[in-house]
Write a protein that binds this ligand. Structure first.
Ligand code: BV8
Length: 264
């Protein structure tokens, strides 16, 4: 019994030249990391406008720095789950077959990279990095760990405030990340949209663009996302369970198509 995905998706994956995986916080839920908009998620405990924007940071830098330092501790202690590992396995198999694979993520937890994914396009930054709000110099972990929690961390070079390298509400996404994500969306044969509510823009435009450009777009989510009605297939399930099964089905399909080619 398949894990709720169609044979069409498996065949499209087996024949794909470029697969783009688009992920959100749901792909890290089984690593124990809170999502944003699920019941009990981050935004049910904290107001994003109080923490995830520049004004909040400038009004109360030590509160925002402390919140991000705590989130960085949580994600550093977490482990990639079976979903992250299956995505990395897909990429390895595509590269071994001389094909292309891209992970476009909204997540800032670094778990795709720790799972072994190589081509990871970060739309919203990464908690592993901090930089000076004034001179943009990268701040080291040592600098971040010097100050006490109620004293904001200042840049050792210009004394500016140090901020996390994440994209806050009202901020532009990194230009190169958008460029790379749009290129992958334009050329993808299949887009797997995993663990996102797809309510944050312009990121949510990426899987829709892939569909407009001819890709087969399937989502994996425990409930339909905001774009479920605009894509080809909505698979209900946990990404840590569906993705390993999908990878196995894809491998079987590639094997049998190779065998049929060898027989001809
Ligand atoms: C910008 C900070 C403009 C980092 C975040 C239209 C066009 C453009 C912009 C806008 C627009 N309309 C509104 C805007 C403004 C805004 C926006 O989109 N607001 C939304 C909320 C209405 N967008 C912006 O501000 C963006 N910037 O547009 O700038 C501009 C232009 C020119 C010049 C200057 C400025 C910036 C957006 C980035 C904001 N940063 N976070 C941080 O602290 O982490 S947003 C936050 O939401 C995270 O980054 C997160 O990645 C992102 C998306 O959330 P999800 O990842 O989808 O997580 P969520 O909890 O919502 O959903 C989880 C899903 O997983 C659920 O569906 C659940 O069912 C599922 N799930 C749970 N468990 C599992 C699972 N699925 C599978 N398996 C499981 N086990």
């Amino acid at each position: 019994m398949s894990k709720g995905f169609s044979d069409i998706l498996v065949q499209r994956l087996a024949r794909a030249r470029l697969v783009m995986v688009f992920t959100g916080a749901g792909v890290s839920a089984e690593s124990g990391i809170a999502t944003f908009r699920d019941p009990g998620g981050m935004w049910s405990k904290f107001k994003p406008e109080e923490l995830a924007n520049v004004n909040a940071f400038l009004n109360n830098p030590s509160l925002v720095q402390t919140w991000y330092k705590e989130r960085k501790r949580v994600v550093t202690e977490a482990e990639p789950n079976a979903g992250h590992l299956a995505i990395a396995a897909f990429e390895r198999d595509f590269l071994e077959r001389g094909l292309e694979f891209a992970v476009v993520t909204q997540n800032v937890d670094n778990l795709h990279q720790r799972a072994g994914s190589k081509n990871v396009i970060e739309l919203h930054g990464n908690l592993a990095r901090n930089y000076c709000y004034e001179c943009k110099r990268d701040a080291s972990d040592e600098e971040m760990n010097t100050a006490s929690d109620d004293e904001p961390v200042h840049c050792v070079q210009c004394s500016g405030l140090v901020r996390p390298d994440v994209v806050w509400f009202g901020e532009q996404l990194p230009y190169q990340s958008i460029e790379d994500a749009v290129d992958a969306a334009r050329r993808a044969s299949v887009c797997l949209c995993i663990g996102t509510s797809a309510v944050v823009y312009p990121a949510a435009q990426i899987p829709l663009m892939a569909g407009e450009e001819g890709a087969y777009v399937a989502e994996i989510n425990i409930e339909p996302s905001a774009i479920a009605y605009q894509i080809d297939e909505s698979i209900q399930g946990k990404s840590g369970e569906v993705l390993p099964a999908l990878f196995e089905a894809y491998k079987e399909a590639v094997l049998s198509s190779n065998q049929s080619i060898n027989l001809n």
